[in-house]
Design a protein around this ligand. Sequence first.
Ligand code: MTE
Length: 332
Amino acid sequence: MLIHSTDKGFVHPRSSEITPRSAYEGRRDLLKLLASGVAGAALAGWAGREALAGVQAPGKLAALPGAASSVAGANTMEKLTDYKDATSYNNYYEFGTDKGDPVKNAHTLKTRPWTVEVEGLVKKPGKYGIEDLIKLSAQEERIYRLRCVEGWSMVIPWVGYSLAELIKKVEPQGNAKYVEFVTLADPKTMPFVGSRILDWPYTEGLRMDEAMHPLTLLTFGMYGEVLPNQNGAPVRIVVPWKYGFKSAKSIVKIRFVEKEPGTAWNKAAANEYGFYSNVNPEVDHPRWSQATERRIGDGSGLFAKRNKTLMFNGYEAQVGQLYAGMNLKKFY
Ligand code: MTE
């Protein structure tokens, strides 16, 4: 059940109120008890939610904590998706087309050393080693809904900082109107690069105002740890009001350009996947309705519970003005 669809009425904790990982893990039993009551999750508070039974990371990857974000809309109070579901039901076509392929195959991805090149129409282009990029700004934890174009969704505590922080540092030139994300395409470590499903590398793009929106997250972690390979390690983008395919994984280049860049799924099937791809219950995919969605973990098959899809995935108050006056059926 949806508890709060936006941050309205939700008081963000200050970063000083965030419980360190070790402490909240110790409170797990108490939190389990609290969670069993109706007001449990709310009582336990945002900071302790990762410790609720089933949702926490197993602790095999490096910790990457983030302070609670004060960005409007950055935290939904919906139930978190179990870590296991979020890391074993993935789309990462470089590692296979089945949802279970990335978790099996992505162990070959080599995430260190890793460099992200910032290029194109910026005053300060450059190459960032991943460790420097992680340290460029303070890490925040943001609980976002991720809605896949295929009709399922998850609620994930991501860790990163607003892409705008990086963009401000590199100083885009006046004619930079779009940002393009180029992801790794390494046939040696990615078994499906070379297949004809997509035109590799997988690329994505945003209009500059979308890229600058504080909700657009340059993401390095989830559930208090670094990203697992299958979720796009070591750095991906998460754009919570757009269908999941806009959230490019394992980024190696961020390029500032004047013209709308081509994007992987748009190149593969332009009539099905537009450049904007804002979550919109009123604009159907040509082959299926987008009016409802299934939350991963809420049952499957005929018995799956379906929820109404929210306009802009529930982030309308924060991002609606970016599209004022635009025909969203035309610019799907
Ligand atoms: N990024 C790359 N490089 N390759 C992909 O196949 N799939 C996209 C997106 N980013 C994809 C990608 C799609 S379709 C979705 S729904 C999300 O990643 C899934 O993210 P998740 O596996 O972390 O849930």
